[in-house]
Design a protein around this ligand. Sequence first.
Ligand code: ZN
Length: 101
Amino acid sequence: MRRLDQAPNLAIATLWADALRSQGIAASVQREFLAAAAGQLPPDQCLPEIWIDDDEHLPQAEALLAELRQPPQHRWQCACGELVEGGFEQCWHCGAMMPAD
Ligand SMILES: [Zn+2]
């Protein structure tokens, strides 16, 4: 077992753990019960944590988490050189679609 990271709330912790499991990484959310029962603990002591079972999955788990933390991409550069902003998926200059990756 290894602590991966702390989540800002239980909903996000659950989301992250689910995403990890969908990648084949055994993950669990800790402290959720403690948080529910807490009243004496300072708030930063009862934030949920993500733990993974297998240390070997750590680099993969960290990479996935970094991806999940990133806000959706709203800015991309088209092959024609135009910088497309504002969430558009099509270049307004040449009409090309946003690349899938
Ligand atoms: Zn373009």
